[in-house]
Design a protein around this ligand. Structure first.
Ligand SMILES: *Cc1c(COP(=O)(O)O)cnc(C)c1O
Length: 401
């Protein structure tokens, strides 16, 4: 009799088991009566604007909103996405052929390797990196070659350290600036070098720009498509989840090279029948509001303020961390522990002990790849008052009290 396990081995390659561990530590602390300050998952704690919620609600009450969305063209959302690309980055794209709408950019990232690669192909991924990148390859049976992102290189990959053989073998190279978890940003000069290299080796550049609207101190977060001719060689992922607090009603899009856009659309046409129309309507309103005001979305200002508050409060406790220029995350070197334990400290051990003693949840850097060891990721998803409280508790923890 065959042994039935009803669970594919590939599931074990989806993301790091560390996230499940952190969830278990958190559950244990909460069951022990601990007041939890969860700075673990990067889920926005604010709501979309009133106009966005109104549009969602109005559309949901309409009786013509309940067919499979794909029975309509879905063009209005893509047209607005194209207008926003023009408004925000001066990039002109054809909404019919160069944009595919997604259930959040994660939907597209998850299916990307399946749409672009065959089993045994290879793609270049950042280490550390957002977990869905590696998961996407695992689902498609695609091999990865990891590019270390290190402080000494400004957290940029060393493009010349990748061998010509690997460049020739890769189907795509995936990068993400502003970066999660590192919060580093890239400039157009870097993207130019990247595109040049990719062009010479016939590699598609995939850029995940989920944090374009969460930049601080007036920093620029360019679209790779701003570079003339980039559309021949690149696609870019955009998400309304973080910029407009729409994580609970996710919508995003991939824009760029029409062959790659077409491949992802073709795969998705076999799986889903489009995003609930009221969410598309709400997304249109969010993009319209962004275009009507020349100010950056409110979410950016909020995280900038929280960053300032939290970094200052941690410094008072003796933990000096580099201020991020963008995103909702602080990528912090491990704290200067003033007490010793029997085991050597690493990011996992510190995160677990910190949570057990203080109720403050952070993610061990190792969860994002081997290069993340020595760091923890802290999400600024609680109020300034709670962040100050978290810093106080962390201070006592560092001092071993
Ligand atoms: C949050 C996040 C996404 C996914 O956002 P969606 O809700 O799926 O649009 C993609 N990439 C990065 C780096 C993220 O942090």
């Amino acid at each position: 009799m065959s042994r039935m396990k009803w669970r594919a081995d590939r599931l074990s390659q989806l993301g790091s088991s560390i996230f499940a561990e952190v969830a278990a530590w958190k559950m244990a602390a909460a069951e022990g009566g601990m007041d939890i300050i969860d700075l673990g998952i990067g889920s926005p704690d604010q709501a979309p604007s009133a106009a966005v919620r109104q549009a969602l609600s109005d559309a949901a009450l309409r009786s013509d909103m309940y067919a499979y969305p794909a029975t309509k063209s879905g063009l209005p959302f893509r047209q607005h996405a194209a207008e926003w690309m023009k408004h925000r980055f001066q990039v002109e794209v054809d909404p019919a052929n160069e944009i595919v709408t997604l259930f959040g950019s994660q939907d597209g990232l998850a299916h990307l390797a399946m749409a672009l690669c065959d089993p045994g192909d290879m793609a270049l991924l950042p280490n550390p990196g957002y977990p869905i990148y590696a998961a996407s390859l695992a689902l498609a049976g695609v091999e990865s070659v990891l590019m270390p992102l290190r402080e000494e290189n400004g957290y940029m990959p060393d493009l010349d350290a990748i061998s010509d053989a690997d460049w020739d073998r890769a189907t795509f190279i995936l990068l993400n600036y502003p970066n999660n978890p590192i919060s580093a940003i890239a400039d157009l000069a870097f993207f130019e070098r990247l595109l040049d290299k990719a062009h010479r080796h016939g590699v598609l550049v995939v850029h995940d720009l989920a944090y374009s609207e969460l930049a601080f101190d007036g920093c620029e977060t360019p679209s790779i498509l701003q570079i003339p001719g980039a559309i021949e060689q690149a696609v870019e992922f955009h998400s309304l989840s973080k910029s407009f607090n729409m994580a609970g009603c996710r919508i995003g899009f991939m824009v760029g090279n029409k062959t790659a856009v077409g491949a992802l659309r073709e795969l998705k046409a076999n799986i889903d029948y489009g995003i609930f129309d009221p969410i598309q309507e709400a997304g249109i309103i969010a993009l319209q509001e962004a275009m009507a005001s020349n100010a950056a979305p409110k979410a950016g200002k909020l995280y900038e303020q929280r960053r300032n508050t939290f970094i200052a409060a941690l410094a008072v406790e003796g933990w000096i961390v580099a201020p991020p220029k963008a995103t909702m995350f602080i990528w912090a070197k491990l704290p200067p522990m003033q007490w010793s334990m029997d085991e050597p400290w690493n990011s996992r051990r510190i995160s677990q002990e910190m949570l057990r003693r203080t109720g403050v949840v952070v993610v061990p850097g190792e969860a994002f790849g081997s290069e993340g060891e020595g760091y923890v990721r802290i999400a600024l998803v609680e109020s300034e008052e709670r962040l100050r409280e978290a810093a106080r508790r962390i201070g006592s923890f560092i001092r071993g009290q």
